[in-house]
Design a protein around this ligand. Sequence first.
Ligand code: F6R
Length: 243
Amino acid sequence: MRIYKAKDYADMSRKAANVLSAQIIMKPDCVLGLATGSSPIGIYDQLIEWYKKGDLDFSEVTTVNLDEYKGLTKENDQSYYYFMHDHLFSHVNIDVNKTYLPDGMAENADAECERYDKLIQSLGGVDLQLLGMGHNGHIGFNEPGEAFDKGTHCVALQPSTIEANKRFFASADDVPKFAYTMGIKTIMQAKKILIVVSGADKAETVKKAFFGPITPEVPASILQLHNNVVLVADEAALSKVDL
Ligand code: F6R
């Protein structure tokens, strides 16, 4: 694993955007695995800036997102579909027909998971998967204890996640109870992985995930077994490890 120490969130975002940008330049028709949440927003902003300067071309890029809430329409501003259009797709020259997320409104959950895994396979797999990491070490919606051998699946959100997310909805009842996520197996099949982590509140988890034992209790720890991982973390997130 290659580790880049960034000064702060802005520096982390620029360094990580450089990795994504190098991927797009080296392989213009690459398949990017993308993430939502607060960690990648600075990266997307940077990529948009470089696109506007004429330094990046997304016209041949395909994207597959890690996860999506079950039961939210594309128009719902809390859906990851909405997030991706809002933070990236509508600002660059990507062909939206080549941007994929699990369909939150699919009627049959099992069929949707199977469709998503087959789609990723039919694209030839993910060239570069971008990941953030939760405070408990989750990646995608793969929470502690989840088996390492799963493909895309539907997960019941933990009560703590519903509680944490209810501020974005009219009430706790409106928070989705389930979500689709690429499984650890799907994530590990990506050719390259870029994981970004920022903030002192994740420092202990960074230590456990990348310098501790590999265990389903810390889902991101499995990344130690992948042969092409880049971790870009800021000083605060790396404050509990000696580099
Ligand atoms: C997002 C995702 C999540 C987040 C993680 C960190 O698509 O799958 O695993 O990456 O929860 O979230 P932030 O970046 O908001 O701290």
